[in-house]
Design a protein around this ligand. Structure first.
Ligand code: SAH
Length: 481
């Protein structure tokens, strides 16, 4: 089973003791006599080690930014990394079933129609991956003549030249279709705020890839947890005691996890980095600690992952869909309505990996704080939800759509595959619960239709659904163990 990136955290949350052990192991691999020697230094690792040597520890944000987006060696930038799909490192919902993109397209089209459908439309996707979601949404919109005639531009915000090439190939047939133009941008800041244009925007598994800072509440205020090398070349940092998450003392054992059956997907490696708590609060840690009223009620010792990049992107998204003729957006990702401090993880070849191992050669990700995205929208657009992916897709009619696809399937095997894929998207033990859908609307509109299915709330699991959750689909939720 190809792995969706939400899975690991669910396992950690469910078995919190195992999770703590696993995470402290992830972040605390000591240089230790008798442990497996580290592999050769990767290009990004060399840059990080040199930077730390010259300037001292770096933030988690800098670490993540360099690992994922270094212009030539970053994980997403290097064409040697297949990233998404069977040959890549993880799988995503649009790659699992076409129905995912179809239902997103229907929701966006409904929002547009609720405004009177008088204006030209620009479609925007943040982080389009292999271009599959955009392709499915365009195909869906092309089925609605009133909407389709107005769709004039599709803007793809993609920082990776390697993935842009994949997207261009996938989407080239749409370029020029009834005058539709495709555009690529490095940043959401480059998407035009055109007068009289309605914006439809999707961001699927985009926010989880944005850099975050890890901060800790102390009696002196919020301090940043930084990343240093082993041995620590910076004299002014305070190492954390070994009994907490991100333990920084060498483990007494060269193989700290005594029961590897709990996480056999995690390779035994020796990394060159470890977290350290900064000695003093900094302007960045103080600012981020004060950036949400929710953080002020957290106890001393709390650690949270806070993404300034996510806040800025969400704010820009709100502005974009509020200007011109308004707009609507769907943000889908794994995460919760609050901040967490221990979700940083890596994926390699459909398995959990140590985020400090082989920097630049594995995917890095962290859970999204949806409440933070909503706070960033204040004064621009209106947020709806978030709703679990299961509730969103069921109430958008995934059951009826799957029934139609099964009827049209060329063989019973194909029909079973269609059903199994859809069941995975709404699996109450897996993707259906862990992924959240946040709706955002700006400008005119505001009908009940606009707020469906958010207005309906979560589907109760006792309610019968049209999508049969086969035992096979349930098993997909435990594909880590
Ligand atoms: N939405 C796709 C891909 C998710 S992977 C899917 O669900 O299949 C994350 C995507 O975001 C990749 O395309 C990656 O290259 C892109 N990305 C990551 N960080 C980015 C950034 N800062 N700016 C623009 N694109 C980014």
């Amino acid at each position: 089973m190809f792995l969706a990136r939400s899975r690991v955290h669910a396992t950690l949350v469910k078995h919190s003791n195992v999770g703590r052990t696993l995470l402290s192991r992830l972040h605390a691999r000591p240089a230790h006599a008798g442990s497996t020697p580290a592999a050769s230094v990767t290009p990004v690792e060399k840059i990080l080690l040199d930077t730390i040597k010259a300037n001292g520890p770096v933030s988690f944000a800098t670490y993540m930014q360099l690992c994922l987006s270094h212009p030539t060696e970053g994980y997403y930038m290097n064409p040697a990394n297949s990233v998404i799909g069977a040959l890549g490192d993880f799988i995503t919902s649009p790659e699992i079933s076409q129905v995912f993109g179809e239902l997103l397209g229907i929701w966006l089209s409904l929002q547009y129609r609720s405004t009177g459908a008088k204006h030209d439309v620009q479609l925007v996707e943040l982080g389009p991956g292999r271009g599959t979601l955009m392709d499915d949404i365009l195909r869906t919109l092309s089925q609605f003549p009133h909407t389709w005639g107005s769709v004039k531009h599709a803007h793809l915000v993609e920082s990776s030249p390697a993935l842009r090439a994949v997207q261009e190939k996938k989407l080239q047939a749409w370029d020029g279709e009834h005058g539709l133009k495709l555009h690529w941008h490095d940043s959401i800041d480059d998407v035009p705020e055109a007068d009289g244009v309605y914006t439809m925007l999707v961001a699927h598994e985009f926010f989880d890839a944005l850099p975050f800072h890890l901060i800790e509440k102390t009696h002196q205020g919020w301090k940043e947890v930084l990343i240093t090398s082993i041995p620590d070349p910076a004299a002014k940092t305070v190492l954390r005691p070994s009994d907490v998450l991100f333990a920084s003392q060498p483990s007494p054992s060269p193989t700290p996890l005594s029961n590897p059956s709990h996480d056999r997907s995690l390779p035994i490696t020796q990394t060159r980095f470890r977290p350290v708590l900064a000695a003093e609060p900094s302007p960045v840690s103080s600012l981020l600690g004060a950036s949400s009223p929710r953080f002020s009620s957290l106890p001393i010792g709390a650690r949270i992952e806070v993404s300034a990049a996510s806040f800025q992107t969400s704010r820009k998204l709100g502005t974009l869909i509020s200007r011109g003729a308004g707009g609507s957006a769907l943000i889908i990702d794994y995460g919760k309505d609050h901040a967490v401090g221990n979700s940083f993880r890596a994926f390699k070849a459909h398995a959990l990996a140590d985020p400090f191992d082989a920097p630049g050669q594995a995917d890095l990700t962290a859970n999204v704080d949806f409440a933070y995205l909503v706070e960033a929208l204040a004064g621009t657009a209106t947020a709806h939800g978030p709703l679990s992916q299961r509730s969103f897709l069921l109430q958008m009619g995934i059951g009826a759509r799957i029934a139609a696809l099964k009827r049209a399937a060329a063989s019973p095997d194909r029909a079973r595959a269609v059903e199994k894929a859809a069941a995975r998207l709404v699996d109450v033990m897996g993707m259906g619960r862990e992924y959240k859908v946040l709706g955002v609307t700006g400008g005119v509109g505001g009908s009940a239709e606009e707020k469906w299915p958010f207005i309906a709330g979560e589907v109760q699991d006792a309610i019968q659904t049209n999508v049969k959750e086969s035992q096979a689909a349930r098993c997909s939720g435990s594909d880590l163990t």
